[in-house]
Design a protein around this ligand. Sequence first.
Ligand code: PMP
Length: 438
Amino acid sequence: MTPYPFDAPASQALLERALAVTPGGVNSPVRAFRAVGGTPRFMASGAGPYLTDVDGREYVDLVGSWGPMILGHRHPAVVEAVQAAVADGFSFGTPSENEVRLCEEIVARVEPVEQVRLVSSGTEATMSAIRLARGYTGRSLVVKFAGCYHGHVDSLLAQAGSGVATFALPDSAGVPKEMAAETIVLPYNDLAAVEQAFAAQGAEIAAVITEASPGNMGVVPPAPGFTEGLRRITAAHGALLISDEVMTGFRCSAAGWYGLEGPYDAGAPDLFTFGKVMGGGFPAAAFGGRADVMALLAPVGPVYQAGTLSGNPVATAAGRATLEQCTPALYARLDEAADALTAALRDELGRAGVPHTIQRAGSMFSVFFRDGAVTDYDGARAQHVPAFGAFFHSMLSQGVYLPPSAFESWFVSGAHDDAAVDRVVSAVPAAAAAAAEA
Ligand code: PMP
């Protein structure tokens, strides 16, 4: 089989124009096909579980805009809410009812979250949560875990997942070493390492930030007791625990990963960050948690944080309409679709003799092209990345759009009906055979 069984002339033409005006031709690095080769597909439209590219080819979408599209593309209830919001105006720079309703919806769903502040991206949410934790504790060090991605916040890019993992970058240039020195990077799922770091520097650590269930090195759920252990250790040392649910929030359950694993005997995380699903495909994200910590934010308290488009009325209308559709029936369907896909992947990769491990967090899943459980970033990196590339291109050529990286989660939506799932399942045998040869 040729590596790129069909060309994509219209995408290629757009890529050439994009390359002239945008670094790498993309506005976010993982969209480029750098890691897998070939022409990134420029998408023209989406409907339900499908994307159509500018060459007119249709794909079953397992990226879902990297998480937000939990209802599939152009869900009628969201279209209606957005059209109604747009008809009333785009942005007022004042408070508006839509943002109150979205905040109420979030607070109602995630029990430990008493107050939230809306922002426009997950990066802003984690950046602001870190500033708030530093303001609250009067300390500056932050603990993060290798392979976790929390957006492109300077101090959080050290050994980050997502694009930083995809392109095998050690860190990012442009981050002052003084700022990098404020971050302690530890191996994921290693409580002993956390205990040690706190024993050495506990009085200077403002917060531990962790992906609630990491999805940016592929899916690597916390070992039983890991999150609880983080809560216990941080509380003992007066540091805050920030659970980054930008990816898992309202995705793994109605209350995100916390809804699956919490409540914890040792207590809840102090702060949470959200994004993706809660914006329904529009730029909306949030951070929130304990009211006494949130009370430190301006205009009430001394920690400054702001945004021209924060709580944008159209984005918040889309987010609220999306969350309203996130019912138990939706989560049951997501699980069913993920069950069917992971079973087919396991069977066919097994039949083709391809070393693999499939890991899940709720309906989020990913395939590691190696044997054995993956519990941390070193384990994720120990997979056979070329097998993923071969698998990816075979799937693409058969009309299935996977994340173009071996280090990302795959997402299903409520629109992934049996027909869409069957299309993916029928593409898997040839892709498994391609992976076996890589
Ligand atoms: N945190 C996590 C866990 C994420 O997955 C992401 C994005 N993939 C972010 C933060 C950053 O969000 P954004 O891309 O909206 O800035």
